[in-house]
Design a protein around this ligand. Structure first.
Ligand code: NDP
Length: 263
């Protein structure tokens, strides 16, 4: 029996155990997926191995620590320095990022996107900004504080803190901050949010399972919006494919993972 887990703080809200266990159970794959509350991201590696895990997912706020904990990082995660999926490969910790492709899958319904505003500058923002830039999409970052903006400057994004921000027109605004996850906060001061909502066609939040104050305001302004459920599904399917080392059909993984959303 293989054991998997998700690391986060908070982690009690995570739907990942339900999603992955639905796949394992329905496809008779001998594995179990749990959740692990982790306070100190620096203890990720020792906790992973002390639990005897075959693999794991990592959520807020440990994705950058996860990158640093890896013996080897592969694919897109290497480019962004952010890891959300860990695999135990013969006692070595291998890191991947499945968030960005999961998000691209989620926004397909919005049609062609050329100009995106990302709220937040954390691990998820890095992954999404790099993925957008890879597709030639113009990216602007708006963050509460300045500390994390250097990465986006380097990447070639427009960037600003709340002070001095000037609104522009966007095809899509994405909230990648954790505002609204445990509280009822907006991801930026209300005046800024109202201005940007007046200048966009679509809105997405990466938080799932609740209508955040940001999505609520978008709804009140009759803007098409979606929460983070489809992104969660997309990243989960790709992570499960890594966990099961290609032994399961992608279509089957998707089917049973999708079904867990109805539980
Ligand atoms: P990080 O901790 O790396 O970054 C958090 C960012 O949010 C920072 O830019 C921080 O700003 C900003 N922030 C935090 N609190 C507030 C606030 N109250 N107001 C404004 N800005 C704030 O987090 P991650 O990028 O790892 O995760 C962010 C969110 O994405 C989480 O809610 C997570 O659950 C969700 N997520 C969902 C996924 C899905 O599948 N649907 C996948 C991945 C993530 P500052 O720099 O100033 O501190």
């Amino acid at each position: 029996m293989k054991l998997f887990s998700i690391f986060g703080n908070p982690v009690a809200h995570s739907r990942s155990p339900l999603m992955h266990n639905s796949v394992f159970k329905n496809l008779n794959y001998k594995a179990c997926y749990t959740r692990t509350h982790l306070e100190d991201g620096k203890k990720l590696k020792e906790t992973f191995f002390s639990l005897g895990l075959s693999g794991a997912n990592v959520t807020v706020p440990h994705k950058e620590d996860a990158y640093n904990a890896c013996d080897e990082v592969r694919g897109f995660a290497k480019k962004v320095g952010v890891v959300n999926t860990l695999i135990n490969e013969n006692g070595k910790l291998i890191g991947y990022n499945t968030d960005a492709d999961g998000f691209m899958y989620a926004i397909e319904v919005f049609g062609k996107t050329q100009n995106v505003l990302i709220l937040g500058a954390g691990g998820t923002a890095k992954a999404l900004a790099s993925r957008f830039m890879q597709d030639g999409i113009k990216v602007t970052i708006l963050n509460r504080s300045e500390g994390r903006l250097a990465y986006f400057k380097e990447l070639g994004c427009e960037y600003s803190t709340w002070d001095g921000y000037k609104t522009s027109k966007y095809d899509l605004i994405v909230n990648t901050t954790s505002a609204g996850l445990k509280d009822e906060e907006l991801p930026a001061p209300k005046k800024i949010i109202e201005d940007i909502l007046a200048n966009t066609s679509h809105v997405a939040d990466v938080i799932y399972g609740k209508i955040t104050p940001f999505l609520q305001l978008a709804n009140e302004n009759n803007i098409t919006f979606k929460d983070g459920s489809d992104m969660l599904l997309g990243q989960g399917v790709l992570a499960n494919e890594l966990f099961t080392n290609g032994e399961l059909e992608l279509e089957d993984i998707q089917k049973y993972m999708q079904r867990s959303f109805e539980l």
